[in-house]
Design a protein around this ligand. Structure first.
Ligand code: UD1
Length: 365
């Protein structure tokens, strides 16, 4: 009898994580992998493009929950998933990352006594105002297999009382995907499309509520960008949440009039990776990008005051700069004037994380 696993994705960053896992499971006859998309992200450029570019099979089920408050999203995933799991009777539910869909999926499975595997377990920002911190902490404590990306994850889980035998340091599946697609991304030549020179531009992403939901904070970041684009061109693929806020706070016009600010829709995985590899500096509040720049050895300035991924600072190229205008500008200047910091790939960020996860599940389920 094959091991039936329901894999759950909901948002853009979930897709790079699920891709190598689905692929490894599909190649092994011991598994019957199924894919459920919660529909938390649904736009072509927030969802479908990733399925195509990363070769993820069409989801077997789409719960179509769409946007809404955290409670709305979480509750709707739960309500739609319960009858599905009742019908499918999987041997395990696998969730990735820290989004609302992750917690919702884990919670339904745990209540039905279905073993839960959490990929990217143990990360902690110690900031409970981040919705992701709630999601990841709760998901970890109802999971049976906790697959961690870095040593700090193991330490956090042990400190919180999670038994050692549930914790597996396997590395980073997002890096599996990155290593696999690096050359393909370069071949797309996204730089040309935006008229950029290798090493001659900054790449920016921004979407955390703490940066974009308050007018004065967002306005301070925009002030910083006015100065940064005087130093070098800035490419900014704008997340839908951020676009909405920029318009609401009357900042969109200001940004779009800047001569060296390149505003675009959210990009596909390959286009974005292509831009990231050749950037002089990346400014971001994303979690995954801190990891990707560490492997690409591109300086990363994180517009937050904490990170749940400390190895990207201790071994990588990442630096926390917060969201105050003058701090951002100073940090960019320092990068442009300084040497690129050396970085050592963290343990198991070697393209084989999915292989380890699948092997462990096969042995134990
Ligand atoms: C979610 C995750 C966040 C992750 C991010 C990656 C949670 C709590 N947050 O944040 O951890 O880093 O995804 O992008 O799960 N929207 C669209 N089209 C879409 C999806 C969203 O227009 O396909 C707009 C909607 O107006 C929506 C807003 O973006 O209200 C926010 O979407 P939501 O899924 O609530 O959170 P994200 O900010 O994307």
């Amino acid at each position: 009898m094959s091991i039936r696993i329901v894999n759950i994705v909901g948002t853009r960053p979930n897709m790079m994580k699920i891709a190598p896992i689905m692929e490894k499971m599909a190649k092994d006859e011991a598994f019957q992998p199924l894919l459920v998309h919660t529909g938390q992200h649904y736009d072509e450029n927030m969802s479908e493009v990733f399925f195509r570019q990363l070769g993820i099979p069409e989801p077997d089920y789409n719960l179509e929950v769409g946007s809404g408050s955290h409670t709305y999203q979480t509750a709707h995933v739960m309500l739609a998933l319960e009858p599905l799991l009742e019908e499918l009777k999987p041997d395990c539910v696998l969730v990735v990352g820290d989004v609302n869909s992750t917690l919702a999926g884990a919670l339904v499975a745990a209540k039905m006594l279905i073993p839960v595997a959490h990929v990217e377990a143990g990360l902690r920002s110690f900031d409970r105002t981040m919705p992701e911190e709630i999601n990841r902490t709760l998901t970890d404590h109802i999971s049976d297999f906790l697959f961690t990306t870095e040593e700090s994850g193991n330490e956090n889980l042990l400190r919180e009382g999670v038994p050692q035998e549930k914790i597996f340091l396997v590395g980073d599946v997002m890096i599996d995907t990155l290593l696999r697609h690096r050359d393909k991304a370069r071949a797309l030549n996204a730089l040309e499309r935006f008229g950029l020179e290798p090493n001659g531009y900054a790449l920016l992403t921004l979407h955390r509520p703490s940066n974009v939901d308050e007018g004065d904070v967002l306005s301070g970041i925009v002030d910083a960008l006015v100065q940064v684009q005087e130093m070098l061109p800035v490419v900014f693929p704008v997340h839908p949440r951020t676009k909405k806020r920029l318009e609401e706070f009357g900042l969109w016009a200001k940004l779009s009039h800047l001569s060296r600010m390149v505003l675009t829709e959210p990009l596909g995985y390959l286009e974005f990776l292509g831009l990231m590899q050749d950037a002089r500096v990346v400014l971001t509040d994303s979690g995954g990008i801190q990891e990707e720049t560490t492997i690409l050895r591109v300086p990363c300035l994180t517009l937050r005051y904490n990170t749940e991924r400390p190895v990207t600072i201790s071994q990588g190229t990442n630096k926390l700069v917060g969201n105050r205008s003058e701090d951002i500008v100073r940090a960019v200047r320092e990068v442009l004037e300084g040497e690129v910091r050396a970085s050592t790939p963290p343990e198991f960020w070697d393209g084989k994380a999915a292989e380890r996860i699948v092997r462990i599940l096969k042995e134990r389920l």
